[in-house]
Design a protein around this ligand. Structure first.
Ligand SMILES: [Zn+2]
Ligand SMILES: [Zn+2]
Length: 140
């Protein structure tokens, strides 16, 4: 595991960031929204400690898609890289897409959610993690 702060960025390099504390959890999301926004079968992300994300370059390139019913999706508007999600009412609650980190963030996804919508062309792995058909129940 690499030392914090841990850096990351988008594929074109305009947006750069650091996360100053280890993330608190991580997960895979198989929902259709994540499939469309990433162009892949699943999105992997880590929930971070509120206030632990700093944009170090290219903040002016950060675009945001704000659906009426969920977290805002932040991306690099120059290259399209998916970077973060942010709670619409509490901007301290954010996740970082695991693929955006430069190095191993240490944490590993501990569950899969929205597997009822999993892509038919990508079999769900038998990885021993909890698989939730919808979002992870609050008591899980
Ligand atoms: Zn970019
Ligand atoms: Zn999703």
């Amino acid at each position: 595991m690499n030392a914090f702060p841990l850096a990351g960025g988008c594929v074109c390099g305009r947006v750069r960031f650091v996360v100053t504390e280890p993330p608190t959890s991580a997960s895979y999301c198989h929902c259709r929204r994540c499939q469309r926004r990433t162009g892949t079968a699943v999105s992997a992300q880590a929930r971070i400690v509120p206030g632990s994300l700093r944009i170090t370059a290219g903040e002016e390139h950060l675009g945001s898609y704000d659906p009426p019913d969920g977290f805002s999706k932040l991306f690099c508007s120059a290259c399209g890289s998916a970077l973060f999600s942010r709670h619409p009412d509490d901007p301290g609650i954010m996740s970082v897409r695991l693929g955006a980190f430069d190095d191993d963030p240490g944490i590993r996804p501990s569950y899969r959610q929205f597997v009822a919508y999993a892509a038919p062309w990508e079999p769900l792995p038998d990885d021993g993690l909890p698989h939730y058909p919808e979002g992870r129940p609050p008591d899980a």
